[in-house]
Design a protein around this ligand. Sequence first.
Ligand code: UT7
Length: 334
Amino acid sequence: MANKRRAKITALGRYVPPRVVTNHDLEKMVETNHNWIVERTGIHERHWVEKGTPSSELAVKAIDDLLKRRGIEADEIELIVVATVTPDMFFPSTACVIQNKIRATRAWGFDISAACSSFLYALTTGAQFIESGQHKKVLVVGSDVMTSILNPEDRTTLILFGDGAGAVLLEPCEEGEEDYGILDYHHEIDGSGGEHLFMPGGGSLNPPSHETVDKKMHYVHQNGQAVFKFAVRKMEELSTNMLAKNNLTGDDIGCFIAHQANLRIIDATAKKAGLAPEKVIKNIHKYGNTTAATIPLAIGDAIEDGKLKKGDLVLFAAVGAGFTSGCVLARWAY
Ligand code: UT7
């Protein structure tokens, strides 16, 4: 077994499709209005794919961006972990599709399904393969085409989501970087929350049929208030526990990157964890909720805005359908 090393993020790539859909555009599709959407969610606009664009296509563009920034070729990747709730198809996995498209000839890989928490699940899963010494280059990808599972007539969900992808590269920390990389994580599931956010049709429980389509079972179904209450409580709990477990306070954290589902959830968590507003990364206004892509997209904004620098402690948090949840503490390494 090779030497054990912590896993650090060494590069990031992002992609959102060019088509911007504003709240005013949505006013023409369903009974809603810009002010309601902004007040309740913080979203002003989101990016949507042209119909028929699969998650793998967004992912490949984000990975191309990453490979250029890191200056490596795809055949150097050893493992591809894909976080998505909108795979191109049930099988083969989107990891297989991506591996073939980017010609990552030496890589194996698999998909992780944990909805809005899936990027953090994928990140900590990928990190295990670095820490064990088995791999030196692990690609963690979050990609979702939420518009492929949104009911165009349901104003309660249509306004929330956007399409996008992000990818990070995990590599082992170097000698002298013992304090860098992914320092701690905690994940949970609470399956009793499954009834509040789900897509009932298309799986083995309700295989696709005319009936499942007529009943619109192939779309996202959400009890927004129940998810909201759980998300606020759980994100606050996980974040404050992670700080306490590591003998930290909000003042020690340089950057807080939470899943972007609702501005009110992010603000409530930051307040409870004692995080100053300038440390809290928010990009929901321009992307909406892109499910597995929100965290890598937000990492990119944090770097671009000079809010995430080498040596900063960064706290990630997410809650999603399942219910799934997670929190990751890292020291930024580049
Ligand atoms: O990513 C992980 C999972 N998702 C989340 O974290 C989402 C969590 N939930 C939420 O973010 C919020 O619950 C929503 C943004 C989805 C909804 O906000 P809310 O403050 O919980 O609103 P509500 O569902 O209680 O609805 C309030 C009112 C209702 O009308 P009445 O019954 O009071 O007359 C809704 O019918 O707002 C109405 N409404 C809308 N009005 C205009 C619902 N959707 C819309 C809309 N435009 N798009």
